[in-house]
Write a protein that binds this ligand. Structure first.
Ligand code: GLP
Length: 259
């Protein structure tokens, strides 16, 4: 696992967007190749989306050859609701770049048959030969996408029930009212994420320091879903200095010197 430590949130966002742009440009050299991105929502990803939009506006990159799969969505929240992940993605990214709407894949939390919706999502990922880079944020309880503690490392896209921790944490987007937070979600599985060629995880801020030390220095455990990345052949954690507060000095120095 690679750990990239940057001074602050802005530097993380720039690093991630530059990395993704470079990968898309490389992939564009291959005829008829689509670049497949797995994308997150959440405040940690906003800076990266802003930087990607700037690269598009400066004509550095086009998203015409990019296919995206979002990692999760609330069940029962209308697509038009300002806090649905459909709204988040279009408002914060897709509306500002030249991605083709037919290349955007977001789970439908209002599908008539949610199990079939999940199966179709997995089939679509297979059809494009898998995800090139999966980018994720992280919950304070170590969840990736909405894979809550206890999720199986071989799980695929499915229905999940949120933990009280996540409901309380996400209530900041629902007027701090936990009653308004949907209790169930659709999410890609940990197995779905591990199948990607590369996984990039953003860990920013002091409140994520404990989980960063767990993923870098702790043992693999289904109670910390993000630790599944220790089993992945090419995973990168990108964090800021604030998130390193709980790392051992030796660990911190080692990764700093490597970069
Ligand atoms: C939600 C999303 C996760 C995301 C997490 C962190 O729970 N389902 O995919 O990683 O929020 O959000 P933030 O970046 O706002 O801390």
């Amino acid at each position: 696992m690679r750990l990239v430590i940057k001074p602050d949130y802005l530097s993380i966002s720039k690093w991630l967007s530059d990395y993704v742009v470079e990968k898309i440009l490389q992939s564009n050299k291959i005829k008829d190749k689509f670049f497949v991105l797995g994308l997150p929502t959440g405040s940690s990803s906003l800076g990266m989306y802003n930087c990607l939009i700037k690269h598009y506006q400066n004509k550095v990159i086009s998203f015409k050859n990019v296919v995206t799969f979002n990692m999760d969505e609330y069940i029962g929240l209308p697509k038009e609701h300002p806090e649905s992940y459909h709204s988040f993605m279009w408002k914060n990214f897709f509306n500002h770049v030249d991605i083709l709407p037919e290349n955007v894949n977001i789970l439908d939390g209002n599908a008539v048959d949610l199990d079939i919706e999940c199966e179709i999502f997995e089939k679509k990922i297979k059809k494009v030969c898998g995800i090139d880079i999966f980018i994720g944020g992280i919950g304070i309880n170590g969840h990736i996408a909405f894979n809550e503690p206890g999720s199986s490392f071989s799980s695929r896209t499915r229905i999940k029930t949120l933990t009280q921790d996540t409901i309380i944490s996400n209530s900041r987007f629902f007027e701090n009212n936990i009653q308004k937070v949907p209790k169930q979600v659709l999410t890609v599985g940990i197995g779905t994420i591990l199948d990607s060629e590369e996984v990039l995880i953003i860990i920013s801020g002091h409140n994520k320091a404990r989980i960063l030390s767990q993923v870098i220095e702790g043992s693999v455990s289904q109670m910390y879903p993000v630790t599944a990345l220790q089993l992945h052949k090419k995973s990168v954690i990108v964090c800021d200095e604030a998130a390193t507060a709980e790392l051992k000095v030796g660990t911190y120095r080692y990764f700093k010197e490597l970069e």
